[in-house]
Ligand binder design. Structure first.
Ligand SMILES: [Cu+2]
Length: 143
């Protein structure tokens, strides 16, 4: 008899933790639905200084759907947060962001800037291109 009571107590404890977990899960789902469609992507952008940072971030933010852009001077990595729903509605992808940044004169790990755009940068912003010229040269070859 005593064993049964323990059993029932254990079962109801399990039952209540189950309900408790479920309510946590549903409230969690609720907050995450606000963030729905928001994605983050990190990639390399070449540059030197604080002026580059402003230019690079401004270029990324000029693409409709980009929510935030943060370029790190030390690591040369940019973190872009974007709304995937806005992108897909407008037929855009992160490709548009890479291109926009490269057009501002800064090479990305995906696209190389045109020489004119690079040469138009202030002297202090003309980052060393020798490091990444080799891979880009072979990429740009027209056969
Ligand atoms: Cu600069």
């Amino acid at each position: 008899m005593k064993k049964n009571i323990v059993k029932i107590g254990l079962l109801s404890a399990l039952f209540f933790t189950g309900v408790y977990n479920q309510s946590i899960a549903s409230s969690y789902n609720h907050t995450s639905s606000v963030q729905e469609g928001l994605k983050t992507e990190k990639f390399k952008v070449y540059g030197n200084c604080g002026m580059c940072k402003k230019r690079i971030e401004k270029a990324a933010l000029s693409v409709n759907g980009v929510k935030s852009a943060d370029w790190n001077v030390e690591s040369k990595m940019i973190t872009v947060q974007y709304d995937d729903q806005i992108f897909s509605k407008q037929g855009k992808s992160m490709d548009n962001v890479y291109m926009k940044i490269s057009k501002s004169g800064h090479d990305t790990q995906y696209y190389k800037s045109k020489d004119e755009a690079y040469n138009a940068l202030p002297g202090c912003c003309q980052y060393d291109r020798s490091e990444n010229s080799q891979q880009n040269d072979s990429h740009n070859h027209n056969h």
